[in-house]
Write a protein that binds this ligand. Structure first.
Ligand code: FAD
Length: 327
C-alpha cells in the first residue's frame, strides 16, 4: 500500500474529540513501522488548537477544509472533503473514529474512493506492507481477522481501545488549507443537542451504569452521585431506557452505544448478551448485583454480591473522600 495514512479529525462544539487523537496516534504507530507519513483532515471551522494537537500526536500534515458551509456536519460534503484529501495525498489507508459521525461518514468515503471498509476495528497490524484488522463479532462472542482486497484500506476504530502517543508539542507539522464543493442535497439548518449525560459516553474513561436493579426512576440518582464522585459518565441498560427512566443516549449495548472505558461499573445490571455487546471491551469491569449467578459476573474483573442500595452510597462516599484528599 502507499504508506500515506489519512485520518479524519472530528471536532464537535469547537473541541477535537479524543477518538480523533487515537486515530492519529495509531496512524503514527503504523507509519513509523512502514516509513510512512500521516495526514489528518479537519473539516469545519478553522481550529488552531486542534491542528496543534493533531501535530503533537503524530500528524505530519493537517489539511483544513474551512468553508463556512462546512461548519456543521453534513454527510455529503464532509465525505467529499475527506475523499478529496485521500485522493490528493495518494493515501493507502484511511483511519476514521467509530463515532456516530464516523459511522455515517466512512461508508460514504468508501463509496466515493472505491476503498474497502472494515468497521469497528479493535486492532490493526501490518503484514507484508498491508493492514490486517481485528474486530469483535456477534456481540463480542468471537474476534475476526480481516484483510482488504481493495488497494485503499479504510478502517473505523473503536474509541478508547487504541493508545494515545505521548504528545510532542514541538513536532513539525505542515498545515494546508483546502476547498471542496460544499453544496449538498441535504442542508443542516439547526443543530440541537439531545438530552444526555454531561460527559460523552463513547469517549469516557470511567462509566457508571444502572439497570433494573435500581427498581425506580428516582433511584438513578444513586448512579449520578457515584458517577459524579468518580468524574465519570453515566450509562444505563436498555430495560430502564425502555421504561423511560433515562433517555436513549444513556443506553449501552447492541442497540445503544459501544463503550470501552478504563473502568465500567455496572450496578443492578444482569449482563444480558445485548448489554455485554456494548461494554465487554472495557478494561476493568466492576459488577454490583445481589444475585451471585448473574451473567455479568462472568466478565467482571471485580464482583460485589450485595444490595446496591447499600453498596453504591458507600462507594460514593469513598470516591468523594478519595478525590477530596487528592485535591
Ligand atoms: P434485568 O435483566 O432485569 O436485571 C436486573 C438485575 O438487577 C438482576 O441481575 C438482579 O439480580 C439485579 N438486582 C435487583 N435488585 C438488586 C439490588 N437491590 N442490588 C443489586 N442488584 C440487584 N439491553 C441493553 O442493556 N442494551 C442494549 O443495547 C440492548 N439491546 C437489545 C436488543 C435486542 C434485539 C433485544 C432483544 C434486547 C436488547 N437488550 C439490550 C435487552 C437485554 O436483553 C436485557 O433485557 C436488558 O439488558 C436487561 O436490563 P437489566 O440488566 O437492567 O435488567
Amino acid at each position: 500500500m502507499s504508506n500515506t495514512i489519512v485520518t479524519f479529525a472530528e471536532v464537535r462544539g469547537g473541541t477535537l474529540r479524543r477518538p480523533s487523537l487515537e486515530a492519529v496516534s495509531e496512524a503514527r504507530r503504523i507509519a513509523d513501522a512502514s516509513a510512512g507519513r500521516v495526514v489528518s483532515v479537519l473539516v469545519g471551522a478553522a481550529n488552531e488548537a486542534a491542528t496543534k494537537s493533531l501535530g503533537a500526536h503524530g500528524a505530519d500534515k493537517v489539511i483544513c477544509f474551512a468553508a463556512g458551509a462546512l461548519s456543521s456536519y453534513s454527510s455529503e460534503s464532509y465525505a467529499r472533503a475527506l475523499s478529496k484529501a485521500v485522493e490528493s495525498e495518494g493515501a493507502g489507508a484511511v483511519l476514521i473514529p467509530y463515532t456516530a459521525m464516523g459511522k455515517d461518514l466512512a461508508p460514504r468515503v468508501a463509496f466515493l474512493t472505491g476503498g474497502g471498509l472494515v468497521s469497528d476495528c479493535s486492532s490493526l497490524e501490518l503484514a507484508e506492507g498491508r493492514l490486517v484488522a481485528k474486530r469483535a463479532q456477534y456481540s463480542g462472542k468471537f474476534i475476526s481477522t480481516f484483510g482488504w482486497k481493495t488497494k485503499l484500506q479504510i478502517a473505523t476504530l473503536r474509541p478508547n481501545v487504541f493508545a494515545l502517543t505521548t504528545p510532542a508539542p514541538d513536532r513539525a507539522c505542515e498545515v494546508a488549507q483546502a476547498e471542496v464543493d460544499a453544496a449538498a442535497r441535504a442542508r443542516v439548518r439547526e443543530f440541537r443537542a439531545k438530552e444526555g449525560g454531561k460527559k460523552e459516553l463513547a469517549e469516557a474513561q470511567i462509566i457508571v451504569s444502572g439497570g433494573r436493579g435500581l427498581k425506580a426512576a428516582e433511584h438513578y440518582k444513586l448512579i449520578e452521585d457515584l458517577g459524579n464522585a468518580m468524574g465519570g459518565a453515566l450509562g444505563a441498560s436498555r430495560a430502564i431506557v425502555d421504561d423511560g427512566w433515562v433517555g436513549h443516549s444513556f443506553q449501552v449495548g447492541q442497540t445503544g452505544k459501544t463503550v470501552s472505558p478504563t473502568l465500567y461499573v455496572a450496578c443492578g445490571i444482569s449482563g444480558a448478551i445485548q448489554h455485554l455487546a456494548g461494554m465487554s471491551s472495557s478494561r476493568v469491569i466492576v459488577a454490583i448485583n445481589k444475585d451471585p449467578e448473574a451473567p455479568i459476573f462472568k466478565i467482571a474483573n471485580y464482583g460485589i454480591v450485595g444490595d446496591l442500595f447499600e453498596i453504591v452510597p458507600a462507594l460514593t462516599a469513598e470516591a468523594k473522600a478519595h478525590f477530596a484528599s487528592r485535591a
